[in-house]
Design a protein around this ligand. Structure first.
Ligand code: UDP
Length: 336
């Protein structure tokens, strides 16, 4: 297949003249376009000269995340569940499959929808890519590593997942999605990419999605206690959304079919993270402890050796800067 040629390097790069397989702007389909990461990806693609068709059923996405795009001739939105048959007229060059609940609270509440979007939804999105001769990128997750026994996690690690635990619906859906993506690559010869996304944060996260960043920030802004689960010694590594979507764009452009970890290797305990949020918000909040949810991974840190070599990518935004931008966004939404 002829490559979809857009300028690979540099922020704000424009597509090469004659980009797209038949000339003109490349056409991208983004599932989960109204979600946190999906909507940031749409913004980046539009800035790089793509025409974008966004699909979302608003189960966890929000119209607010794409409201600023209304009236643009290069963006079209379709409200649809991606597990239903996807029919689109015309050319499609890239399919970016981002639809899925992604917060542990959301997927615990929506286990069947989470399994369906990861399996049936991935099948439909791959079918669309195959039919159109498009490249396909799957938004996978560090959750495929489960509660990892290898640290930090390289892509070669197979993971330690409890299939019937509270996270099983998400972890196994994404593991199935990876397997299906590889099967389409091998059997139908379509060009595919798999990104394993580690904890990412930024503006447009839903205030009540239960994930640690919006949770701690909204607690801190209201000067309420920050609820650290367990003793807070479990670790995470937080990547700012603009860094992440830049890496994802490079992966589509110059990656290969094998999975690539994207995330920030700066690891910290959740207790340290809570203290950092209190510091950056200037809050009077204290820290309280709540029971650790079942199967909460003890440690998580991406090994990004492969992303560095293949994509010449690494995160640039510091935690303090990223948190400031996120707090600014959430401040407007928090009721005192
Ligand atoms: N966490 C916490 N307090 C909260 C929400 C989350 O201590 O109010 C912890 C959670 O137990 C986990 C970490 O923060 O260890 C990250 O949780 P999140 O839900 O953001 O995503 P995960 O990385 O677990 O998928």
């Amino acid at each position: 297949m002829k490559p979809v040629k857009t300028e690979p390097s540099g922020r704000g790069a424009r597509p090469a003249k004659g980009a797209g397989r038949k000339g003109g702007a490349p056409v991208s389909v983004v599932t989960g376009a109204a979600g946190f990461l999906g909507s940031h990806l749409v913004d980046l693609l539009l800035a790089r000269g793509h025409r974008v068709i966004g699909i979302d059923n608003f189960v966890t996405g929000s119209v607010d995340n794409i409201a600023h795009l209304s009236g643009r001739s290069d963006f079209r939105f379709i409200q649809q569940d991606v597990t239903e048959f996807l029919y689109l007229e015309g050319r499609v060059d890239c399919v970016w499959h981002f639809a899925s609940p992604a917060s542990p609270v959301d997927y615990r509440e929506l286990p069947i929808q989470t399994l369906k979007v990861g399996s049936l939804g991935t099948h439909k999105a791959l079918g669309l890519a195959r039919h159109k001769g498009a490249r396909f990128l799957l938004a996978s997750t560090s959750e495929v590593y489960g509660d990892p026994l290898v640290h930090p996690q390289p892509e070669s690690y197979w993971g330690n997942v409890n299939p019937i635990g509270p996270r099983g619906c998400y972890d196994e859906a994404k593991r199935f999605a990876e397997a299906l993506t590889m099967a389409y690559h091998h059997e139908h010869g379509i060009e595919t990419r798999i990104v394993r996304i580690f904890n990412t944060y930024g503006p447009r996260m839903r205030l009540n999605d239960g994930r640690v960043v919006p949770e701690f920030v909204s607690q801190a802004l209201r000067h309420r206690p920050l609820t650290v689960f367990g003793d807070g010694s479990q670790t995470r590594s937080f990547c700012y959304c603009s860094d992440l979507v830049e890496g994802i764009h490079r992966l589509m452009e110059r990656g290969d079919a094998l999975p690539v970890n994207l995330g920030n290797p700066r690891e910290m305990t959740i207790l340290e993270f809570a203290r950092e949020i209190v510091r950056v918000t200037g809050s009077r909040s204290r820290i309280v402890h709540r029971p650790l949810p079942k199967d909460d991974p003890r440690q998580r840190q991406p090994d990004i050796t492969r992303a560095r070599a293949l994509l010449r990518w690494e995160p640039r935004v510091t935690l303090t800067d990223g948190l400031r931008r996120t707090i600014e966004h959430l401040r407007g939404k928090v009721r005192p």
